[in-house]
Write a protein that binds this ligand. Structure first.
Ligand code: ADE
Length: 277
């Protein structure tokens, strides 16, 4: 997978050379290039932002600089003023996704990470200040580029760099060959159609200070271990993320799942669980 990141702080992404992502780059599984947006400016101050049209606080990132940068990275032929010429769409547009982190966009989820892990190339654009001119994603969308905007959570960061790091890690760890043990991905929280939070994990010793590992995990009965973990996942999800329980497909739940959910106060007689009256 080819990854390009555009930011006014490209050094921020030096950390991507560490750990598993560093190894994946050494092995040629991913190529990551961080670019400085200011390299596409022409003025002495290398300015990338301007005041918001219509008034308001802060500064907005200018479309011209982003335009020159993205035309080059995406291979898009610039359309003239008012032009709706789409002939300049990227040759590899089907395989490339342009992503802008944005606190006012839909939430980025594990489902998005899984989908994006199949892309051949990702280009991330990091906004700063009060954000970027809204015509930038609009323009590239109109030129046939697959453009996404995502928020990583209901809070506001100083810029898109942290959000890009989060998305990039969530996506690349799903690439075949990235993880030492690919099975560890299968049972994770948010994975699969009927997503639940993960059950608690323990390692040795069986008794640490005053706290013991649950006996059932030490007994070696795989059926009982499965049920114990499944019930724990259902209980934790019900308490912490009831929205995920409400999104479950009741048809995919087995008899024991239904019993556990009913004991937790859920009505499982409809398509999706509802709080029992
Ligand atoms: N930029 C600033 N805050 C952000 C957020 N929560 N998600 C994505 N990008 C952002």
């Amino acid at each position: 997978m080819d990854i390009d990141i555009v930011s006014v702080f490209p050094e921020y992404f030096d950390v991507l050379k560490l750990s598993l992502l560093g190894k994946a780059q050494d092995n040629g599984l991913v190529r990551i290039a961080a670019h400085n947006l200011r390299d596409w400016t022409h003025d002495v101050h290398h300015s990338v932002d301007d005041t918001p049209v219509g008034g308001g606080a802060g500064m907005v990132m200018k479309p011209e600089v982003w335009g020159e940068c993205l035309d080059e990275l995406l291979g898009v032929k610039p359309g003239g003023e008012g032009s709706d010429d789409v002939a300049g769409a990227t040759a590899d547009a089907n395989d490339t996704v342009l992503i802008f982190p944005n606190p006012s966009a839909p939430l980025f989820t594990q489902r998005d990470a899984a989908e994006l892990s199949h892309a051949g190339r990702l280009v991330f654009g990091c906004g700063r200040y009060e954000g970027y001119d809204a015509r930038i994603p609009e323009y590239y969308r109109a030129r046939g580029v697959d453009v996404r905007e995502y928020s990583i959570g209901d809070y506001v960061l100083n810029g898109g760099e942290v959000a890009v790091s989060v998305m990039l890690e969530a996506i690349t760890r799903l690439l075949p060959g990235f993880m030492g043990n690919p099975e560890s991905i299968v049972e994770e929280s948010y994975t699969g159609g009927n997503a639940l939070l993960e059950y608690h994990q323990y390692t040795k010793p069986a008794l640490w200070r005053t706290v013991a590992v649950p006996d059932i995990l030490l007994g070696g009965d795989h059926g009982k271990v499965y049920r114990f973990r499944r019930d724990e996942a259902l209980e934790r999800t019900s308490a912490i993320r009831p929205d995920l329980i409400q999104a479950l497909d009741c048809k995919q739940l087995d008899k024991a799942d239904r019993k556990t959910l009913m004991a937790l106060g859920w009505d499982v007689s409809q398509a999706h669980p509802r709080r029992a009256a």
